[in-house]
Design a protein around this ligand. Structure first.
Ligand code: NDP
Length: 310
């Protein structure tokens, strides 16, 4: 059975930064990228707020650079997803793709978070037929067409702005009479003529012709039900951390985020550390994820040194 000093799960900014630091600390880390290599950032286009890139940086390019930097220090970056974990005793056992078991002296969980859906049967039915949680992945298909984005946070606004640059018209379906998004983002939305915000509305049903989305049925707070004609239905209603695998072992908060101790990446199991969006319900930025990956690697290194000295 293969054994490593440091196993990192997750190929986003947190995982790769952990790999850079762990490699430089001679931990010879193995990193498994998971379902979405490059992490959630690869579902966006230009990242304008990552320091060091005054003109912004393409998200995929940024992630490829992080991956290359981790590899340049010797990190063993692999494709694969953890399907089972045993954190009962050290070395921890992590099963990859239900077949390979790796023994790890320390584990860094940087598995990120995934987009939420409303949970409507019709939404499920039209996934891949006009329902999407990634405007930058699927927006291309809606050139000069009409789409809707559900949500009022930064993600929804960013999706709406991106789609507005392609589509003829973008509806935003917002359940309250205010946005949750930052002021800067709101101002951009209000300044975009082909975005119409439908306040106080929830989507009751995605309408379609059996193959593709043709509309949505909305319920306004005053009780009015009405339909809009759309070709695409995009979700921007937040995220769920990818922590289910760890729930039997690690302490999670009420929303499923892994709880870390104070100013550290330590979880409730000594030797297991968490970094990035899987433990951060608040900031959820590439730069904060990267920073917490650095913390996790340093904590893992210190943990191993302390174990040797015991
Ligand atoms: P948020 O939790 O900030 O916003 C979620 C939005 O979806 C809210 O408007 C919420 O409504 C709405 N919503 C949630 N559930 C439902 C539902 N079932 N039906 C209808 N509406 C629903 O998530 P985001 O993904 O937008 O942002 C997460 C974090 O990432 C934030 O900190 C944000 O600032 C950050 N971010 C930053 C970006 C940037 O700086 N470029 C880009 C994207 C995200 P309500 O307000 O009523 O709860």
């Amino acid at each position: 059975m293969e054994r490593t000093k440091c196993l990192i799960l997750g190929g986003g900014p947190a995982g790769f930064t952990a790999a850079i630091y762990a490699s430089r600390a001679n931990l010879s880390p193995i990193l498994y990228e998971g379902i979405q290599p490059g992490g959630q950032l690869t579902t966006t286009t230009i990242v304008e707020n990552f320091p060091g890139f005054p003109g912004g940086v393409d998200a995929n390019t940024l992630m490829e650079s992080m991956r290359a930097q981790a590899k340049s220090f010797g990190a063993d970056v692999r494709q694969g997803t953890a399907t089972a974990v045993d954190l009962g005793k050290r070395p921890f056992k992590v099963t990859i793709d239900a077949e390979t078991v790796i023994e790890a002296e320390t584990l860094i969980v940087a598995t990120g978070a995934q987009a939420n859906y409303l949970g409507l049967p019709s939404e499920e039915k039209y996934k891949g037929g006009g329902v999407s949680a990634c405007a930058t992945c699927d927006g291309f298909f809606y050139r000069k067409r009409t789409v809707a984005v559900v949500g009022g946070g930064d993600t929804a606004c960013e999706e709406a702005l991106y789609l507005a640059s392609l589509a003829k018209k973008v509806y935003m379906i917002v359940r309250r009479d205010v946005f949750r998004a930052s002021k800067a983002m709101q101002e951009k939305v209000f300044a975009t003529p082909n975005i119409e915000v439908l306040w106080n509305c929830i989507a009751q049903e995605v309408l379609g012709d059996g193959m593709a989305v043709t509309g949505a049925r909305l319920l306004r707070k005053d009780g009015t039900v009405f339909d809009i004609q759309i070709d695409g239905f995009f979700l921007g209603i937040g995220h769920t951390p990818a922590s289910a695998l760890f729930a039997p072992w690690l302490t999670l908060d009420g929303n499923g985020y892994i709880v870390t101790e104070g100013k550290s990446a330590a979880t409730s199991v000594p030797g297991v550390f968490a970094a990035g969006d899987v433990q951060d319900s608040r900031y959820r930025q590439a730069i904060t994820a990267a920073a917490s990956g650095c913390m996790a690697a340093q904590d893992a290194e210190k943990y191993l040194i302390a174990q040797q000295n015991n």
